[in-house]
Structure formats: structure tokens, C-alpha cells
Design a protein around this ligand. Sequence first.
Ligand SMILES: Cc1cc2nc3c(=O)[nH]c(=O)nc-3n(C[C@H](O)[C@H](O)[C@H](O)COP(=O)(O)OP(=O)(O)OC[C@H]3O[C@@H](n4cnc5c(N)ncnc54)[C@H](O)[C@@H]3O)c2cc1C
Length: 480
Amino acid sequence: MNYDVIIIGGGLGGLCAGAKLAKEGKQILLLEQHDRPGGCATTFTRREFTMEVGLHEMDGLHPSDGKTKMFNDLGLFDGVEYLPLPEFYRFFNGRTDLVMPHDQEKARALLKAHFPGEKAGIDAYFHRLMNARRINVMERDQPDISVGEFLDATFTSEEIKLVLLGNLGYFHDDPYGLSLRYFSMAESAFFQGRANFIQGGSQQLSDKLVSIIRAHGGKVLLNHRVTSIDAEAGKINSVRFINTQPGDHSLVEARAKDFIANAALPLVSDMIQVPAGERLSEEISGQRLGASLLTVYYGFSTSLKTLGHFHYSTFVFDGSVRTQKDIRANNRDDFSRRGFTFVDYSQVDSRLAPEGKSVGAICCIDYLDDWKDLSKEAYSAKKQLVGEHLTERLEQLIPGCREHIAHMEVGTSKTVHRYTGNPGGAVYGFAQVPNRPKLTSLEGIENLHVASAWGKFGGGFSGALFSGYMTAMDLLRRSG
Ligand SMILES: Cc1cc2nc3c(=O)[nH]c(=O)nc-3n(C[C@H](O)[C@H](O)[C@H](O)COP(=O)(O)OP(=O)(O)OC[C@H]3O[C@@H](n4cnc5c(N)ncnc54)[C@H](O)[C@@H]3O)c2cc1C
């Protein structure tokens, strides 16, 4: 079997690259080990509920967003509904309760009203964010700093720093370990006025991308895992893969001119024969793994609006977190104190539950280390306990919600690891630390390209989709 491009992994980055390349006439083979496409951008069904694995909010899709052009090009607006969200996030820590809008002018005004002594800092903060691209280019020869350092230099009140770090978990677990350049680009995308949920869940987008690949003659094989990658003289020749379903497990080989890694880069480097695989491992060895997440999935027998809850996304910080220096330790703290976000999908027409019922999710930073070496029973018991702690805190936030829980289950970093293979259960690829060496191209192997959260745009829906699209564009340019 010979193809123009073989894509290893069917997460958003791989699917987006595949859709663009197939649309432009390339012969594509995409191999995904799971029984559904999307990686973190998938859903699963429990009773009458559709549980969203990974999407709380996707920034953008306003006229000047780069994704709007990409979505138009690929036809991703046809048959998929993107629901504008009512707000960026609500921040709550027992001292401050504030709803951050997506519009930066409104956000500025709100913050100035709450923190009148910080007006100059608020202007400086939004100036840095809203001009991120230009400033990052201007300052490219100077060392990057962390978000924590930037906030310390900009504000005197610790409380406003915490409010602005409400959604830190979208990127990392520690403000002092997160690149200001990366954060300012990513966070400003949320302050351009719009972010979205996908009606019916992110599986709709993943399925749409598959349908585009197939409509243009590309092949998408689900339940097929790549097991090894054959390389010679700095070039990949072929991949070998197996069907993961019961039955025939014989190895199949497929060849191509170019290969795209959507599966986590450390996994891909382990699959490539030495010495090329070793060279790639060396190239990525200086990179730290990014954060993982734990999610408690809820199906409720009512819309939480009936209980007086009117916020889509609420970030809850424990009262003991008083400065941004406390955040890192809090993310390792007991789940009865660890910061979390609660997403109430019934605040939009999500179609994740039947009329009158709803779906919600608690999400917090999680570490694979905390779940290792547990027996099956101990793992289940620990998950149950964590679920109870977090549900107790949800009940404090939304009194009465507990008695409407029709289904609850916990997915941990171990779950992410099991389904995607991502080392550490990382959901955003490599950690975006200041001055991170950029993997713009892989030096070691000339026909291996990256389309995922592990590439130069980082993680999240936008990062993975951009990575896929730009990699496809690059390949199309090279092939003329
Ligand atoms: C709980 C949770 C909440 C999140 N919330 C948000 C959010 O609100 N907004 C946002 O923008 N982002 C969010 N994210 C992050 C976002 O979903 C991811 O960063 C993004 O989807 C990653 O896409 P990716 O293309 O890098 O691949 P991944 O989703 O990591 O998928 C990689 C794919 O490769 C496949 N694979 C691995 N090895 C092989 C192999 N050997 N052979 C074949 N296939 C293989 C895997 O099965 C997987 O499907 C969240 C993620 C999670 C888990």
C-alpha cells in the first residue's frame, strides 16, 4: 500500500491535516488506535447522557480569527453548530465572585470597578495581551519570562492576579512555569469577544473531519494502532500497524512519501527504528510534559438552571490560595481543597442530554504519579473518594444539585493516558515553559511532520487544529 501521506493518530491535529491534504488531492491514510476519531475531542454515552471528554470552550470563530478562515476552507461550518458561550468564566474563591466577559473592553471595565487601585496595571495587562503577536516579535531576542513574574511586576493586589489566573488550568499548573509569550497569545484569543461549545459535543467536529477525508478519497482506519516506524538514512519509509479488534492481529505495512505524527511525539520517537528514533528522542529530551486533567462527569435529572445556577464555567479556588505562589502546591493538594472548574453545559443548547436534563463536568489538574501502583480495586476506590470530595464542593456551590445526580463517573490522568497513550496523560503536549526550545521542524527525520498539541502552537483545540492545518499547508507548498 502506497500513499502520499500517512498520519499516525486521529486527534484533532491529525484529522485537520488529513482533511486539508485530502481536499487538495493527496492520497491519505490515517490510522487511529481508538474506536472513534478525535483523541481528546470525543464524547461517550452513559444512559441518556452524552459526556463530553475534552471541550469546555474553544476560543474564536469571530470574523478575524484565523480558525474562521480555516473552517470555511474545510467546510467545517456545514452541519456543525458552534454555540457562542455566555461568558469567559466565573471566578469564585469565597472572597471574590466575579464573572469575566469574553470582550476585553468589558473585562477591563469590570476589573477596574472591582480593583480601582489597579487601573494602570489592568491597562498594562490588556495591552500586553491584545498586542501579543507584535510584542512577541519585537522582543524575540530577549529572554521570555513567566506569567507569574509578569503579574508580580504589573499588579500589587494578589487577588486580581488570582482572578486573572482563574483559567490557568487551560494551559498549565503553575503561573511561574508558564511562558508569558505563549500565555499572552493563547489567553488573548479568549478576550477577542467569542468562544464556543460544539452542539452535540466535540465528536461532531471530529466526525466531520473524518467525513471530509473520506469524501475526498482518503482512508481513515479506526481501531488500528501503529506499532513501529521504519526509517533509513534520516527518512521514514513505512509504518507497521495492527487491528486492535479481536481477530486477525497480523502486522500490515504501508508506505508513503511523508508521515505526520499526531500521536504524542515521545510515543512516535519510541516507535521509530534506531538511529533515527534516538535522534528524535534526543531532540525532544529537553522538553517537559504538560499538565493532565481529572474530570468528574455528571448526568443530572434536571437543568441546573432550575436550581438557580446561571453560569457556564465556574473556576473555584480554595480560600487557602491567597497568592499566585500558592497555586502550584494547591494543584497537588488533596481533592477537598484542589482548585477546579465546573462546566454546566445546560447553559447553552448543548444537546448533550434530553429535554429537562443536563450534563456537567468538574475538571482539575491531575498527575499520573498520584494513580500509579494501585490495584484495580484501590484505583476504583480512590476515584470514588475523589468524586465524593468534589461533589461535596459542587453541592456547596450549587445547593441541591447532589440529589439530581443521575450518573457520575471519574476520569483521571490515567484514563487520558489509557485512551490516547499520551505520556503522563498530558492533554496539552509539552509544557509551555518560558524559553522552551521550539520544535518548528524535526531536524532528525526529513519526512516526519508534527500535527498535534506537541507541535509549535501548543495544545487545546485551537493549537491542535492550527498545527494540523499549517503542517498540511507546508507539505502542499513543498510538493508544489
Ligand atoms: C478533560 C479535558 C479537557 C479539555 N478542555 C479543553 C478545552 O476546554 N478547550 C481546549 O481548547 N482544549 C481542551 N482540552 C485539550 C484538547 O482537547 C487537546 O489539547 C487537543 O484535543 C489535543 O489534540 P491532538 O491532535 O494533539 O491529539 P490527541 O487528542 O492527544 O490525540 C492523539 C491521538 O493519537 C492516537 N494514537 C496514539 N498512539 C497511536 C498509535 N500508535 N497508533 C494510532 N493512533 C495512535 C490516540 O488514540 C489519539 O486519538 C482538554 C482536554 C481534556 C482531556
